[in-house]
Design a protein around this ligand. Structure first.
Ligand SMILES: *[C@@H]1O[C@H](CO)[C@@H](O)[C@H](O)[C@H]1NC(C)=O
Ligand SMILES: *[C@@H]1O[C@H](CO)[C@@H](O)[C@H](O)[C@H]1NC(C)=O
Length: 497
């Protein structure tokens, strides 16, 4: 009897470990370097979404998307070239010392960076175009009633930052969304407009760039973040050195981790740089990235996301405007149905925090009380805060505004889709389908009482007009939220976003 029990236990553990090993796919552990379609396979936080009542129909969609998969930047490409020199000298040393070399993976010999000699970096690559293009097609198919109008730049507003990978993402998305709607080429494409604010004053999509206080915080915080990562990097460096009998430095370890992410995500190579690390080590390296994202872009400090108030204001304002058009019975084609924004992890992550995603109820209350959250726990403990799901390449939040004319408690609801999946809002009792008033009062209001100018000590080098723009938006929103908007919105000067 006891024997059978042990055999079962043994089989169970055998089965269990082999499943765990099989299911560890490093491509799902690359933090913000994770590809979109890989991120969609991570089913960790399965959630029962709301059944949207038949009487409700979508009337407006706000999209905030990060650019698609991109090439490494010039600076990081240089790091890889330095790594190849360093590897050469490590191997040479080991050889001279007569170390046993059979443990070394063969790719290390004569390795040179795949980006060697490339002079420019940071651009959207073909994979990234594909992600954005298909995202555009899927959103159109899913919300047919929203995307059935003829294209007009005021009906479907497409905005991108001035950074080329973001504007190229907007173009790839639009090519998908409006394919078959025009007469250009075999795909019957339509030309469409992508608008960008100057980089120096884009406080809606690049608020981090103009926020002096944030820049100061970031500079101060970076060494502290490194200190938190260091013990992990140090330990992994020692394990690597022992395993391969090469004198790796901490710098080598972090560049090898960077190489692993690029190889796995951009080149589908998972058995070279990634293969140097064990799964546990990869999970820890992933955590160091996620920790940094938490501290410098996420819930680690309220300014990280509060400085995104102009974006949150812009989103709510566009919803209010859509409601107004609906209630005044404007003709189709005369009002905006979607506002589609293409930006960066520095935009998407704070925006997700502003609407309270990836929190449980008590954490949400802490945030509202301005208390700092615990840092994400180290593996093997589980955490919801993962770059691979929060902000992979092409990661996005869609806020879909629904009109539910027969509901007595609320005529309008907001559903949040994160990477196209309904996601619970802790600020709305854990539902993904939130009465608009609750969304505004419970989630947005605590942030919107702050103004960008006051939070940020806005940069001085930028041109005139921006400061008054931020204040205008803030004032306009205050009118709307206080319900005294009817004439003033019309009377206020048209703001250029
Ligand atoms: C690595 O460094 C240690 C001490 O710095 C040295 O004793 C050892 O020989 C080196 N090993 C190799 C393979 O270079
Ligand atoms: C109205 O919405 C609420 C959710 O806030 C829901 O519980 C209720 O069943 C809805 N009522 C109708 C008539 O659809």
């Amino acid at each position: 009897m006891a024997n059978i029990f042990f055999i079962i236990l043994f089989l169970h553990s055998l089965l269990f470990t082999s499943i765990a090993e099989q299911t560890f796919d490093v491509r799902q552990h690359l933090s913000t370097v994770t590809r979109y379609e890989v991120s969609k396979d991570i089913k960790e936080n399965a959630f029962d979404s709301s059944k949207i009542p038949d009487q409700c129909s979508p009337i407006h969609l706000n999209l905030v998307a990060r650019h698609g998969t991109r090439a490494p930047t010039k600076k990081r490409m240089r790091d890889l070239e330095i790594l190849s020199v360093q590897l050469k000298s490590l191997l040479q040393n080991a050889k001279e010392k007569g170390a046993s070399l059979e443990k070394l993976p063969s790719w290390l010999w004569g390795w040179s960076s795949p980006w060697n000699g490339k002079r420019k970096g940071g651009e959207l690559i073909i994979h990234g175009e594909d992600e954005m293009y298909h995202l555009g097609i899927r959103i159109r198919e899913r919300f047919q009633e929203l995307f059935s109008d003829d294209y007009h730049p005021d009906v479907y507003q497409i905005r991108a930052t001035q950074i080329p990978r973001a504007s190229a993402s907007a173009v790839a998305f639009g090519m998908g969304m409006f394919s078959g709607k025009g007469k250009l080429g075999a795909g019957n494409h339509r030309a469409f407009a992508v608008l960008s604010e100057s980089r120096a004053s884009d406080i809606v999509l690049r608020f981090h760039d103009c926020c002096q206080n944030y820049k100061v915080y970031r500079k101060q915080q970076e060494p502290a973040v490194y200190k938190q990562k260091e013990p992990v990097l140090d330990e992994i460096t020692r394990s690597l050195a022992a395993r391969y009998e090469l004198n790796f430095t901490i710098k080598d370890t972090s560049t090898l981790w960077f190489l692993c992410k690029q190889e796995a995500s951009l080149l589908d190579i998972t058995d070279q740089a990634c293969g140097l690390f064990s799964n546990d080590e990869l999970s820890l390296l992933e955590w160091t990235d996620d920790l940094e994202m938490f501290k410098l872009k996420g819930y680690g400090n309220s300014l990280n996301y509060r400085m995104g108030v102009p974006l949150l204001e812009d989103v709510i304002l566009s919803m209010e405007t859509a409601i107004k058009a609906k209630e005044e019975g404007h003709a189709p084609g005369s009002y905006e149905k979607a506002r589609l924004r293409f930006a960066h992890a520095e935009t998407l992550v704070p925006f997700s925090c502003l609407i309270g995603l990836f929190l449980d109820g008590s954490e949400f209350d802490q945030i509202q009380r301005e208390e700092a959250l615990e840092t994400p726990p180290k593996p093997p403990q589980k955490r919801t805060w993962r770059g691979s799901t929060v902000a992979p390449f092409a990661g996005n939040n869609a806020l879909v505004l629904y009109s539910c004319p027969e509901n007595d408690t609320s005529k309008y609801f907001v559903q949040v889709l994160h990477n196209e999946q309904p996601i619970p809002m802790a600020g709305c009792g854990g539902t993904d389908f939130c009465p608009l008033q609750v969304f505004k009062e419970k989630i947005a209001a605590a942030h919107l009482k702050h103004s960008y100018d006051n939070l940020c000590n806005v940069c001085t080098e930028k041109g005139p007009g921006t400061k008054s723009y931020a204040s205008q938006l803030f004032e306009m929103l205050s009118w709307i939220l206080s319900g005294k908007n009817k004439d003033k919105v019309k009377a206020s000067p048209k703001v250029e976003l």
